[in-house]
Structures are given as structure tokens and as C-alpha cells.
Design a protein around this ligand. Sequence first.
Ligand code: ZN
Length: 251
Amino acid sequence: MAAMHTTALVLFSGGQDSTTCLAHALARYERVETVAFDYGQRHHIELEARLNVLREIRQQFPAWAPKLGEDHLLDLAVLGSVSDTSLTRDTAFKMEASGLPNTFVPGRNLLFLTLAAALAYRRGLQVLVTGVCETDYSGYPDCRDDTMKAMQIALSLGMDQRFLIETPLMWIDKAETWEMARELGAKSGVAGGGQALVDLIVEHTHTCYLGDRDHRHAWGYGCGSCPACELRAKGYAGFSANLNKAALPAV
Ligand code: ZN
């Protein structure tokens, strides 16, 4: 009989999605490590956000803290030399004629997963957890479910070790991602943990493409008008509306 999976590596960028994936992994596995890639993002704010999130999780969720192991930052500066996007150069964010945003780096996520698997191999971790999702940014072909399944097979064969790629957000929208965080926090053993995790994500995760930490909204910091902010705001509004509905007494 195959042993149950007990260890995971979370691809953790410090955004809302990957923080929710981290909570998912901490609720599920006994040992969880995190990895991010530094490829000359215009804003190192993301890299700072992830350290803040890790610190807050350790402080606020004592049942999760002992499971949370090493954090890894891998240098992927080489990616800058094959990209021509607003993430790495001073060009404005825009949608291309192909329907993909110009922040898209072809195959970026394939590289991330390959390096994550190599790291997981060295660290003895079985599950790769990633916040890819088909519902919001279906434009990213390297985030699709079929791509993930193909990668799982390629990595498992290529490293002769069975890896599981877990994608807890694949089929849910941003409102449901907020709700997932609330439910995970609520089951963490901390009184008021649901709201605490939502508050932590609002305050400390970073999503805005422009790296704006000056403007604070109900859903967190950001410029409020880039596609990432719009998506996050819309998701939070939907989540809040559902919560309010649920709080109404049954009639
Ligand atoms: Zn923004």
C-alpha cells in the first residue's frame, strides 16, 4: 500500500492565491516548505509580502507554525532575458492581440514547477501545491489543468519519483478563494481563525501589478485599477456579499 502523502512544497509568491494554498497545505500535511522565484520583478514588494505572510502565519496560527518549515528563494534572473513584459521592464501593462496580458512569460510556470520538483526531490517533499486556476486567467496556457496533469507525469517520470501536483484553486473563482481561506482559518484551532486568516490575507498579501502599497481598500493594498486589483476587489465584494447573505436569519 502506498504511504499517504505527508509533506508538501508550496509555490508561494506572497499573493492571495498562494497564501490560500499555503493554508490549505498547512491544514493537510505534516511538513510544509515554501518556494518562490526571484526573476527581477519590477517590485520586490511581492518578495517582502511573502516574508510578512510567513511571519504572521507563524505568530497567529500556533497549530500550523510547527509544520511550517524552510522557505526557499531561487534566483531565476535568466527569465528576464527571455521576457518582454511589464513585470520586468518599464512598459505599461496591456492586453496583447493574442488575448494574453503582456506580463505573460511563455512557459514561466513550467520552469517554476520543474525547479520546484527538483527542490522537492532534494528536500524529500512529495506534493507540489500551486495556486494556478482556470477560472480567472484562462489566458495562461501554462496554468491549465491539462498542463498540470502533463507536468505531473513528466516530472514523476523524469525524476523517477512520484510527485503529486495539487491545485486547490483550479476550478474556483476569487470570491470562493476568499471563502476557502475563511474556512481553512476557521478549522485551524484558533478562536476566530476564519476572520483572522482573511484579515491576514487582506493586510499582508500583495497582488497589484503596479506594486502599489499606498492605497488601502477593504480588500487590501493596490492601485485599484490594474486587472489584478480589479479581480481581487470583485472577488472580495462577492465574498462579502455571500457572507452577509449567510448571516441573515432563515425565513
Ligand atoms: Zn493594481
